[in-house]
Design a protein around this ligand. Structure first.
Ligand code: ADP
Ligand code: MG
Ligand code: MG
Length: 193
């Protein structure tokens, strides 16, 4: 992955979030406080503005710029988590080019550590962690990402706001898992050749 591809990735993600802003907020209305779409839309707009302003020269600086925008503008639980994902990718990105499995593993580990959630707790970790493994195995594709997102539906939430609902969180997709699925699918699009 190189700087141009990351910029392309963030443009595709911005479009995807704009398109699905109401959907993401509706998912969050079902099992949270209804702000996830708005949080993410604010975040991707800030990322675009930040990248234009920072004009980062290498991959590490690019990821760092993205992280800072997300941390300062998304808020809620998901802001620091997405911010951590990109900060960890910044640390893992050594040269101007870095391989996707390595970056995703660093991001996934960072998110899991920061939020203290495990796979099965019905959070974005349910997508990040197995997706990083899929990437390592050369099996990260849209169908597999969709499966990971869908798999959050029957789960009972054990972390985050949705956990306050207990049993009533069962039968709903986790909003952060859905937005993470979109992030990973736009990554695939941006890096497909
Ligand atoms: P908030 O819940 O503060 O309103 P958002 O609505 O933006 O924040 O984000 C909610 C999403 O954040 C959840 O759907 C879940 O995926 C993720 N999340 C919440 N808490 C955690 C956690 N401890 N670990 C990992 N992900 C979490
Ligand atoms: Mg919310
Ligand atoms: Mg909130």
């Amino acid at each position: 992955m190189n700087v141009e591809q990351v910029k392309q990735w963030m443009q595709l993600y911005q479009t995807e979030i704009e398109k699905n802003k109401d959907y993401l907020s509706q998912l969050d209305t079902d099992i949270g406080d209804g702000d996830h779409g708005n949080n993410m839309a604010r975040g991707v707009d800030a990322v675009a503005a930040g990248l234009a302003k920072d004009n980062p020269a290498d991959l590490a600086q690019t990821f760092k710029s993205i992280a800072m925008s997300l941390i300062s503008k998304v808020g809620g639980a998901s802001g620091p988590l997405y911010g951590t994902a990109f900060l960890e990718m910044a640390k893992a990105a050594k040269d101007s080019e870095s391989d996707i499995p390595t970056l995703l593993q660093a991001a996934a580990d960072g998110v899991a550590k920061r939020g203290g959630a495990k796979v099965g707790d019905k959070t974005m970790v349910d997508v990040w962690t197995p997706a990083a493994q899929d990437a390592k195995a050369g099996q990260l594709n849209a169908a597999n990402i969709d499966k990971l997102v869908e798999a959050t539906k029957p789960l009972r939430a054990l972390k985050g706001r949705a956990s306050y609902l207990g049993e009533r969180s069962i039968g709903h997709l986790d909003p952060g898992a859905v937005s993470t699925g979109m992030l990973l699918k736009t990554l695939l699009q941006a890096t497909a050749k």
